[in-house]
Write a protein of this length. Sequence first.
Length: 366
Amino acid sequence: EKAGFDHFMLKEIHEQPKAYRDTMGSRLSADGRSVVLNELNMSKEDIQAISRIHIVACGTAYHAGLIGKNVIEKLARIPVETDVASEYRYRTPIITKDTLVIVVSQSGETADTLAALREAKRCGARVLAITNVVGSSAAREADDVITTWAGPEIAVASTKAYTSQLIAFYLLGLYLAQTLGTVSADEIAETIAGLRKLPEQVEAILKDSSAIESYAKQIAEHEDLFFIGRGLDYAVALEGSLKLKEISYIHSEAYAAGELKHGTLALIEEGIPVIALAIQSDLFEKTVSNIKEVKARGANVFGIAAEGEEELAKSVDQVFYVPKTLDLLSPALSVVPLQLLSYYASLALGHDVDKPRNLAKSVTVE
Ligand code: F6R
């Protein structure tokens, strides 16, 4: 049932190209110029009436929601807030009839996420669920559903469900943009072309994970480390840090690279591992200057960059390249080495990769 892999997590990491293809599936028009989301019951007028969007989720799904905020705001120019579901209801959020609340849940059964969904409906908002389980509570109770076709996820640590949620956000962002006319037809076509390339680009990353494996053995000897990045890279850093904590039990913190010098830089000392994401081309130079700040204080920096950014090698101790894509789509590639890093670190430490201590796959208590 593990199809020749040692653990479900590794199998599921390797299933991502298929999960991307299945989630995009028939939702991209044959001519590659538009997104088709027939499952949405929203008319053009309904979409035009949306004045704000709230994305609500827990854990890894929340991290997908942080990227979703970025994608929707960039493409559709609708203001978006992303909230942790266990916090959302208690901060008296402003939920009006023209608010679209998007709940993101692999299982569709997470207690806090369902409570947020019900609160949103009680306030008269329209609710869209992004879920991996057809017929789940979230799918049944929401007004609209986008199913992520990742297939069953057995490992407690979410991998292919997260990346499929990213694909769902790209599709939704493009769909809203093409409906509202906020992005040119050519830019939509260019983004769709980028989406279509992602599965083979993930396959290319998965072909050789030996550099990640050997770096995982190095970090397994440390008790603390940092992930840094800006923008979308920061959102991916948060997910990489959660994954590492969850299955390797190594403490780590993800930091917005430009924020380090406002306090956290005090923790950077000789030899501390820092995993630096510098994928987005528009933020590359800014991130490199933050990398230099930690290098100057003795950090051991593992850089992750897009192919073609060869000069990063001069500023870091080791570098891992991911294939080049549009900045907006880069999280769907850059998270893969981080998933592998946490997997191999957990393995090196002899932990139960698929069933980490204290955790359950589906959290049905608040
Ligand atoms: C981490 C992980 C959790 C879940 C969270 C929400 O790897 O899997 O953080 O993402 O418990 O679960 P769902 O998506 O089922 O609502």
